[in-house]
Write a protein that binds this ligand. Structure first.
Ligand SMILES: Cc1cc2nc3c(=O)[nH]c(=O)nc-3n(C[C@H](O)[C@H](O)[C@H](O)COP(=O)(O)OP(=O)(O)OC[C@H]3O[C@@H](n4cnc5c(N)ncnc54)[C@H](O)[C@@H]3O)c2cc1C
Length: 422
């Protein structure tokens, strides 16, 4: 495991910002070609948002298998060093000679000593919203980010921890791993090139007032659905309605929730149609009597994904309705009324369902959070272009599925290593 806070003047050929599937793929490609790489990740674990998915379309296999393979390659590769809870705060210099300042937030848990036994969390009296499960449950202030986290180490949420006033965790930790006096550190890394792999965040569904998210508890988003279906999710993999824990037997998916809309995200996120079809299979598998409606403008399942679409369509209990949803209203007993116009028949429809899933799109992380790179060039939506010595990978570059992300991460690595000084 190559995470310890380094000191002295550090240098690497490639510095990767973001430790999701894109950043890790780029880092591995560059390091396996013989170059030294640093990965800077702001969360307390690697893997990015793929770690939060239940299954991958089209094969419906667990994404964690692929991530585990990447983690194994990282563990055994001395050329990759990664830092979690870290962010780039300043970049000077030019391609071939960047000087990068990185701020490392305190974890309050010594990575070398923590065995992830969990006794600290058992005694911790403070709770926090679990961001990994999109706020659908809670963890203690000292927590393991998720049960397959890499590195598998606890971390303290300093915004809620009472520190020395409580310190119960310190007293139970047999390994002396908890240090409530840990401080923020700043380090400097020299790098020949930089790869931006900062990924995405879900579009804020509360902005879609007509669709009732935040107002009606049984309107959820697609990222929440991934967590509900996951064995390590808030309901241990049982898909239930947030309002009453009932098994939802009639569920509507609303495609392009905010996407391809000048008032929200004007572009297509490329994966939402496939994600909803995949999630329809989660429901149909769990509840064989269930019925799913997918309201869409047009279905985008390019290339080999067409086969997946064809297969999902064969299920007569997955009904595709061509029509944009105008409004969602609350019905009786927590049910919802989906109001749409079927653009094939011209009919205005009111469909009563038990739960609604909004297929919200991917917003580039860089649309809101800037990284201090003078040379960086972003398009109108916040996706990053390549400039000499600075390359983008993954969804930081364009909305894409994982297969495309891995391809463009490899290409970013190839471009990045061309600046490497040996
Ligand atoms: C509901 C849903 C379901 C999906 N299902 C599938 C599927 O089944 N199959 C498929 O192929 N694709 C799927 N996708 C798409 C898939 O999630 C993305 O392709 C993938 O997450 C892109 O990986 P990434 O590394 O580019 O970004 P991310 O996963 O977002 O990783 C980016 C990483 O960078 C870190 N970071 C961000 N900013 C900074 C910073 N300033 N400093 C340091 N670190 C930073 C983040 O913490 C994160 O760890 C789905 C998407 C959605 C919305």
């Amino acid at each position: 495991m190559r995470e310890s806070i380094p000191s002295g003047q550090l240098s690497g050929n490639v510095l990767v910002i973001g430790g999701g599937i894109a950043g890790l793929s780029a880092a591995l490609e560059a390091s396996e070609a013989g170059y030294d790489v640093f990965v800077i990740e702001k969360r307390p674990y690697l893997g990015g948002r793929v770690a939060q998915l239940y299954r991958y379309f089209p094969k419906l296999c667990p994404p964690y298998c692929g991530l585990e393979i990447l983690f194994r390659r990282i563990r055994t590769n001395p050329k990759i060093k990664f830092l979690t809870m870290s962010e780039v705060v300043e970049v000077n210099g030019t391609a071939g000679d960047f000087d990068v300042t990185v701020k490392i937030k305190p974890r309050y848990v010594d990575i070398a000593k923590c065995t992830a036994c969990g006794e600290c969390a058992e005694i911790c009296p403070v709770e926090r919203e679990n961001d990994f499960n999109y706020g659908m449950d809670k963890t203690k202030a000292i927590y393991l980010p998720h049960d397959l986290a890499f590195p598998m180490k606890y971390v303290i949420d300093e915004s809620v921890c009472k520190k020395e006033e409580c310190a119960k965790c310190v007293s139970v930790c047999k390994y002396g791993a908890i240090d409530l006096n840990m401080e923020e550190k700043t380090i400097n890394i020299k790098a020949d090139s930089i790869i931006i792999a900062t990924g995405w965040k879900p579009y804020d569904a509360t902005k879609l007032e007509n669709l009732g998210y935040g107002k009606y508890p049984n309107v959820i988003t697609n990222v929440m659905m991934e967590r509900l279906a996951s064995i390590n999710g808030p309901t241990k993999g049982k898909i239930v309605r947030p309002s009453d824990g009932k098994e939802p037997n009639i569920v509507a998916f609303v495609q392009c929730a905010g996407s391809r809309d000048e008032n929200h995200l004007p572009y297509c996120s490329a994966i939402c149609c496939l994600a909803s079809m995949k999630q329809a299979t989660y429901l149909r598998e769990q509840y064989p009597d269930s019925k799913v409606y997918i309201f869409y403008i047009d279905i985008r399942a390019p290339g080999r994904y067409e086969d997946f679409y064809t297969k999902v369509k064969e299920d007569e209990n997955i009904v595709f309705v061509k029509g944009k949803v105008a409004k969602i209203e609350e019905g009786e007993n927590g049910n919802l009324i989906v109001i749409a116009e079927n653009t094939l028949t011209g009919e205005k429809t009111r469909t009563e369902v038990e739960m609604v899933v909004l297929a919200t799109g991917m917003k580039p992380e860089l649309s809101d959070v800037k990284i201090p790179l003078k040379e960086i060039k972003l398009d109108d939506y916040g996706f990053a272009f390549d400039v000499p010595g600075i390359y983008s990978a993954g969804v930081a570059r364009a909305p894409s599925d994982v297969a495309s992300v891995v391809e463009n991460a490899t290409s970013a690595a190839l471009k990045g290593i061309q600046y490497a000084k040996r």
